[in-house]
Design a binder for this molecule. Structure first.
Ligand code: NAD
Length: 478
C-alpha cells in the first residue's frame, strides 16, 4: 500500500488506480503516518448485487453497486450513476473521490457512490422505475441506505425523478422514520428537495472559476486577464452539469464558443446560446447541424479548440495521453469526475495549463445536497422563520433614516433593501461562500508548500489532512 506512483506506467492505470496515484502523490505533503494514509485510501465496504427485472416479455439480470469508501464521518454520501460503463472499479474510484470532495468543502460525510449498469436512454421509464425501486430495496435489506447511514444523490444518467422513486421506496419499507426524507438528496422540491440543488454543481463550477480568475497574479502567469467577462469557454457534455455551467457562466460575461456532445461538437467564435442548443438537441436528438455554428463531426476534436477555459462535464478519461498535446485551453475545470488521465495530466502541466481538479470544482452538488439533508432533518424550509422579521427590521431602519434626514426613499429602493432571504438566496450564498473559502484553502496550501506544483496535489493534500484530523479526534491513531 506504500507510495508506488513513481514505478507504475501512468498510461495503464484504471480509474480507481488513478485516484490512488493522486492520493500517493499528495500524501507526502501531509503529516499523516503511513498506517493512517492506508486507512484513508482504502474502500471500506463494497456491495455488488445482481437482481432480475421484467422487461417486456423477458426477464433481464441487472448488475449494480454501492460502495462506501470511508466511514470516518457518517452518513456516507454520493450519487448514483446509470450507464453501461458502470463496473466495480468505476464505482470505487467515484466513491473515493467523494470522500476527498466532502473533506475539501467541509461537508461532514464519508464518501460513497452507486452505479447501475443500464442505459437510461434505451430503457423504458417503467423498467427504470422497477430497477430503481428494486435497487433501493436491496440497499434497505443490507442497511446500506438511511439518513444516518448512506445518502445517495443524482449523478450521470439520474435526476430528480429517480431520487423521488428512491425516497418513496425507502419510506414504504421504513414507515415512521421521522427523518426518512434525509435518506436521499436531489429530490424534487415538492418531495423534500431544496431550491437550487438541480443547478448546484454547475453553479459551483462557475463560483469556483470566478474566484480562480479573480487572482491577478495567477491569471498573469497564465497570460490571462482577471474576471470571467469575455473569457472563451468550451464545454463537453450538455447534461445537468454542463448545461447549468454554460447558462450560469454566460451571466458572468463568458462566451461559450464550443459545445461537444455525444454525436458531434459545434463551434462559433461569436458565442453559442446553450438554451437554444439544448432545444435543438431535444428536437433533433443531437447537436450536429445546429444553425449558425460550424459542426465538428468528431466530437472529441471540440476539446482541442483554442479557448481560455475548457470544461469537460461528461465522463471520465476524455483527455488522455493521446489528445493532451492538442489541448489549447489555459485553464481546464474538471466539472466531470476524472476527465483527465494521470498520463495526460503530466503533459498538460508541462504545457503550463492550470487544472482545477474535480474534487474541488464539482463539489457544489454535494454542498447543496448537504443543505438539503440539513433541511430534511430540521423539517423546516430555510428562511421560513426569519424572512418577515428581517424585512420588518429593514423597514424600521428605512423609516428611521427618513425621519432623521427628512428625505423619502423611493418604493423601488425600499423593495430592494428590505428583501428578506428566500431559500434559494441562502442556498446560493452558502454555496458561493463554500467555493471561495475552499479555493483559498487550496491556494494557500500550494503557496506554503513549494514542492507542490499543481492544484490537484494541493487539493488532495488539504483533503487528506482534514480526514487525518478527524481520525486523530476519534483517538484511533495516536
Ligand atoms: P448527465 O447524464 O446529466 O449529462 C451528461 C451529458 O454528457 C449527456 O448530455 C451526454 O450525452 C453527454 N456525453 C456523454 N458522453 C459524452 C462524450 N463522450 N462526449 C460529449 N458528451 C458526452 O450527467 P451529469 O449529472 O451532468 O454528470 C456529468 C459528470 O459530472 C459526471 O462525471 C458526473 O459524475 C459529474 N458530476 C455530477 C454531479 C451532479 O450533481 N449531477 C455532481 C458532481 C459531479
Amino acid at each position: 500500500m506504500a507510495n508506488k506512483s513513481s514505478k507504475v506506467d501512468l498510461k495503464t492505470l484504471s480509474f480507481s488506480e488513478s485516484v490512488s496515484h493522486y492520493f500517493d502523490k499528495a500524501s507526502k505533503f501531509t503529516g499523516a503516518p503511513q498506517g493512517l494514509l492506508d486507512q484513508i485510501k482504502t474502500c471500506n465496504s463494497i456491495y455488488k448485487m445482481n437482481f432480475p427485472v421484467k422487461w417486456g416479455n423477458e426477464v433481464k439480470v441487472v448488475e449494480a453497486y454501492r460502495v462506501q469508501h470511508s466511514h470516518h464521518r457518517m452518513p456516507t454520501k454520493g450519487g448514483i450513476r446509470y450507464s453501461t460503463f458502470v463496473d466495480q472499479d468505476e464505482v470505487m474510484a467515484l466513491a473515493a473521490l467523494m470522500t476527498y470532495k466532502c473533506a475539501i468543502v467541509d461537508v461532514p460525510f464519508g464518501g460513497a457512490k452507486g452505479g447501475i449498469n443500464i442505459s437510461p436512454r434505451q430503457t423504458p421509464p417503467e423498467v427504470l422505475e422497477a430497477v430503481t425501486r428494486r435497487y433501493t430495496a436491496e440497499l434497505v435489506k443490507k442497511n446500506f441506505i438511511g439518513p444516518g447511514i448512506d445518502v445517495p444523490a443524482p449523478d450521470y444518467g439520474t435526476g430528480e425523478r429517480e431520487m423521488a422513486w428512491i425516497l418513496d421506496t425507502y419510506m414504504t419499507l421504513r414507515p415512521g422514520d421521522v427523518d426518512g426524507y434525509g435518506c436521499v438528496t436531489g429530490k424534487p422540491v415538492s418531495q423534500g428537495g431544496v431550491h437550487g440543488r438541480t443547478e448546484a454543481t454547475g453553479r459551483g463550477v462557475v463560483y469556483a472559476l470566478n474566484e480562480i480568475c479573480s487572482h491577478a497574479e495567477d491569471m498573469k502567469a497564465l497570460g490571462l486577464t482577471t474576471g470571467l467577462e469575455g473569457k472563451k469557454v468550451v464545454i463537453q457534455g450538455l447534461g445537468n452539469v454542463g448545461y447549468n455551467t454554460a447558462t450560469i457562466i454566460r451571466e458572468y460575461g463568458a462566451i461559450i464558443i464550443g459545445i461537444c456532445e455525444n454525436d458531434a461538437a459545434i463551434h462559433n467564435e461569436k458565442g453559442l446560446d446553450p438554451v437554444a442548443v439544448l432545444k435543438y438537441r431535444q428536437e433533433t436528438k443531437g447537436i450536429a447541424g445546429y444553425p449558425g455554428a460550424k459542426t465538428i463531426k468528431k466530437s472529441a476534436e471540440g476539446l482541442e479548440l483554442q479557448c481560455d477555459i475548457l470544461i469537460p462535464a461528461a465522463l471520465e478519461k476524455q483527455i488522455t495521453d493521446l489528445n493532451a498535446n492538442k489541448i489549447k485551453a489555459r485553464i481546464i475545470a474538471e466539472a466531470a469526475n476524472g476527465p483527465i488521465t494521470p498520463a495526460a495530466e503530466e503533459i498538460l502541466l508541462a504545457k503550463g495549463i492550470m487544472i482545477v481538479p474535480d474534487i474541488y470544482v464539482n463539489a457544489g452538488g454535494v454542498t447543496v445536497s448537504y443543505f438539503e439533508w440539513l433541511k430534511n432533518l430540521s423539517h423546516v424550509r430555510f428562511g421560513r422563520m426569519e424572512k418577515r422579521f428581517d424585512e420588518q427590521n429593514q423597514r424600521n431602519l428605512i423609516k428611521l433614516v427618513e425621519e432623521m434626514t427628512g428625505k423619502t426613499v423611493t418604493s423601488d429602493k425600499v423593495k430592494k433593501i428590505i428583501h428578506g432571504a428566500d431559500e434559494i438566496d441562502l442556498v446560493n450564498s452558502g454555496l458561493e461562500d463554500t467555493m471561495i473559502k475552499s479555493y483559498n484553502d487550496i491556494r494557500q496550501f500550494k503557496k506554503a508548500n513549494k514542492g507542490v506544483k499543481d492544484l490537484r496535489t494541493a487539493t488532495f493534500a488539504v483533503a487528506i489532512n482534514k480526514i487525518r484530523d478527524s481520525y486523530y479526534a476519534m483517538g484511533i491513531f495516536p
